[in-house]
Each structure stands twice: as C-alpha cells, then as structure tokens.
Design a protein around this ligand. Structure first.
Ligand SMILES: Nc1nc2c(c(=O)[nH]1)N[C@@H](CN(C=O)c1ccc(C(=O)N[C@@H](CCC(=O)O)C(=O)O)cc1)CN2
Length: 292
C-alpha cells in the first residue's frame, strides 16, 4: 500500500473541538446556546443511529438538541406543520429532516418548507440553487459535500485546474460536490448510470469522488496513478466473521486503489465522520446569523 490515508476521523475530531470551544465562548459572552432540531420519520434503523449520533455530538459540543420522532404513517401535513412550528421556535437555530423519508412523503416539498436561515443540512432548493450560480452565496452547504471539500483542502495544496470526476449525481452528494468543485476552479466531469465506459472516465481523474452506492465498484485499474480518491460510499456487506454480521465498505475497492492512488479516504473513518462535524459547524453558524 502506498497511498496517503486521509484520516477523516482525526480531521472531524479537530472540527468538533473547534466548535465546542466556539460554543463555550459565545455562551460566556452571554449569547444564545445554539439549538438543533432533528425530525426523524419512520423506523429505518440506520437513520435512528445517525440521528442519535447527531444528538450525542451536540451534547458534547454544548449545543442544545431537540428530537422529533414521527411514525412511518405520518402525513405530509403533520410533517410540514412541525417544520412550520420549528421555523418559529427561537430556541431552534437549525432544523434537519433525516433522509430518507418513508415512501409516500414528498421529501423535496418538505425541505422547501424549511426557513433557509435554519437549513443546516443545506438541502433547501434555494441553498442548493445558490451553489449553482453566481450571486448570493448559499447560507449553508450540505454536510457531506462540505466535508468532502475540507478533506480535499487538507490533502491537496490546490484544487484549481485539477480534473475532478464525480461518480454519482444525487441531490445529497454527487451534484453538490460537483458544484463545489467547480467553485474551487476544478474542471469537473459528472458520471452516472448512463455514462459509457465509466472506468475510462474515472482514469482521467486527478480527483475522483465516488458516490454511487455500489460496494467496491471502483477497482484499482480505474484510478490514475497518484490521484486523490474520496470514497463517499457506505455499504453493508455480509460478513459472518463479524459480531454484527456485516462490515462496512465504500464504493472503492480500498486495497487495490491504495496501491495506485496518491491519497485515499478509508471507509469507515473517511468522509462519514465529516458529515456530523459539518452539521455542528453549520448549527453554530445558524446561531451566529441569528445574533444580528
Ligand atoms: N438529513 C440528512 N440525512 C442524511 C444525511 C445528511 O447529511 N442529512 N447523510 C446520510 C447519513 N448520515 C447522517 O445523517 C451519516 C452517515 C454516515 C456517518 C458516519 O459517521 N459513518 C461512519 C460509519 C458509521 C457506522 O459504523 O455505521 C464512517 O463512514 O466512518 C455519519 C452520518 C444520509 N442521510
């Protein structure tokens, strides 16, 4: 193995510490305690785990958190009614709707009901739209894409002029990452399920971002020697030798890719931990914006 391992766990821990110090400083200055409201609908076990982790991280950082758990049969009206209430609640600076929502609920419509000043996940159509154009900046950038950019900036001396290939075009990751890379003056290619000869496209990348949701699809021979590889995938693969019965792997075949890449994120411990670190940072920013 020759690649530098990009340690998302260590970088996210540093960000947690920075946020914790800044929250303590604002409380000492008599300012409001940042508050995050989470909305979790349904029974998806992974979503419950992620939301619990968000509350734990808030507690450790001195941020108030308010959890709202709704049944899988919740109506669109009930969900949007709650969002309207939280938009008005002065204790709440940031609101997030855990994704995915159960089938039958219109996630995009629900997200469009969020106050953009409280959209700490950066999923409101206005915040996403602002990423795509010159003019007013987005108030918040979604957490995983923002985390990807932090990892790249920590690893590379410059992104400008590099050829970045993004595998995947989801609203949550692929599209916003591609837009952020364009803003950082990379030359960006977005690939998706209809792209022809994916390996050949990937091999052109100085920066390869894999966000396709297919376990270990990106092989070692897809990677340009020396490239920086950011693996956003979190896939559960059956493994009877583990206590849990599964192990986590990314979208990239890590061992093979490490032989070729210049730098690479592991799974777990790469992009994943950055998501919650960026959420804390966004929640603090939301509180700071409400000061003025
Ligand atoms: N409203 C949102 N929904 C979802 C988001 C989001 O940012 N906002 N992202 C994902 C899930 N997610 C947070 O919500 C998340 C995913 C992964 C991790 C993480 O730390 N992963 C670890 C492994 C954890 C494990 O052992 O299972 C890692 O990769 O090292 C944190 C948060 C979808 N929904």
């Amino acid at each position: 193995m020759s690649a530098q391992i990009i340690d998302g766990k260590a970088i996210s821990t540093r960000i947690h510490t920075e946020v914790t110090q800044q929250v303590a400083a604002r409380k000492a200055a008599g300012k409001s305690t940042p508050g995050l409201a989470t909305i979790l609908v349904g029974d998806d076990p992974a979503s419950h785990t992620y939301v619990n982790s968000k509350h734990r991280a808030c507690e450790e950082a001195g941020i108030n958190s308010f959890g709202f758990t709704l049944g899988a049969d919740t109506s669109q009206e009930r969900l949007e009614g709650l969002i309207r209430e939280l938009n008005q609640d002065e204790r709440v600076h940031g609101i997030l709707v855990q994704s995915p929502l159960p089938k039958g609920l219109d996630e995009q419509h629900a997200l469009s009901m969020l106050s953009i000043e409280k959209d700490v996940d950066g999923f409101h159509p206005v915040n996403i739209g602002r990423l795509a154009q010159k003019g007013p900046e987005p108030l918040f950038v979604s957490c995983t894409p923002a985390g990807v950019m932090v990892l790249l900036n920590e690893t590379l001396s410059s992104i400008e002029g590099k050829h970045a290939v993004v595998l995947g075009r989801s609203n949550i990751v692929g599209m916003p990452v591609a837009l952020l890379l364009v803003r950082a003056n990379a030359t960006v290619t977005i690939c998706h399920s209809r792209t022809q000869d994916l390996p050949a496209m990937a091999r052109q990348a100085d920066i390869l971002v894999a966000a396709i949701g297919r376990a270990e699809m990106v092989r070692g021979d897809w990677i340009k020697p020396g490239a920086t590889v950011i693996d956003v995938g979190i896939n559960h693969v059956e493994d009877s030798s583990r206590k849990k019965g599964y192990r986590l792997v990314g979208d990239v075949a890590f061992e093979e890719a490490s032989e070729v890449a210049g730098a690479i994120t592991p799974v777990p411990g790469g992009v994943g931990p950055m998501t919650i670190a960026m959420l804390l940072r966004n929640t603090l920013k939301a509180a700071e914006m409400s000061d003025s």
